[in-house]
Ligand binder design. Structure first.
Ligand code: SF4
Ligand code: SF4
Length: 124
């Protein structure tokens, strides 16, 4: 019994003091995610020409993994199997994801799309 309690306590302590990322990193990531949502919303609604420009460098396809539907918070329309409940009528910023390379950097690259580096375009 004592052994189990000690093990549980050490697990909690390890989680609290070792395994969690520092609070400043968590806050920075969260605020970046929040700004990126606002940026995509703004671009999708008011600057569609910039969205089209961004998409010119985009390659790949959507694997419907749902990672972009969990940025900052889990979208209430996301079903357990990663399907969107309103897929046919989903928001413009959902259809447009990702618009720029930094959008997928936020997902640590976990997206079926990628972007051709600008230097490659210049050297063509
Ligand atoms: S993260 Fe990329 S691949 Fe996954 S659902 Fe979103 S757009 Fe599609
Ligand atoms: S509306 Fe659909 S596509 Fe858009 S974030 Fe939610 S689940 Fe994903």
């Amino acid at each position: 019994m004592l052994q189990a309690v000690t093990k549980a306590a050490s697990m909690v302590l390890r989680y609290r003091f070792e395994e969690r990322p520092p609070i400043d990193q968590v806050l920075k990531r969260r605020s970046l995610q929040g700004w990126s949502k606002l940026r995509r919303f703004y671009l999708s609604v008011w600057r569609p020409e910039l969205v089209s420009q961004g998409h010119l460098l985009r390659v790949g396809e959507c694997h419907r993994c749902g990672h972009c539907c969990r940025i900052l918070f889990r979208c209430p329309f996301l079903k357990g199997n990663n399907e969107c409940r309103i897929y046919g009528q989903r928001f413009e910023q959902c259809r447009n994801f990702p618009i720029e390379p930094r959008d997928i950097e936020l997902l640590d690259g976990q997206c079926g799309f990628s972007f051709i580096p600008i230097d490659q375009i210049k050297s063509r």
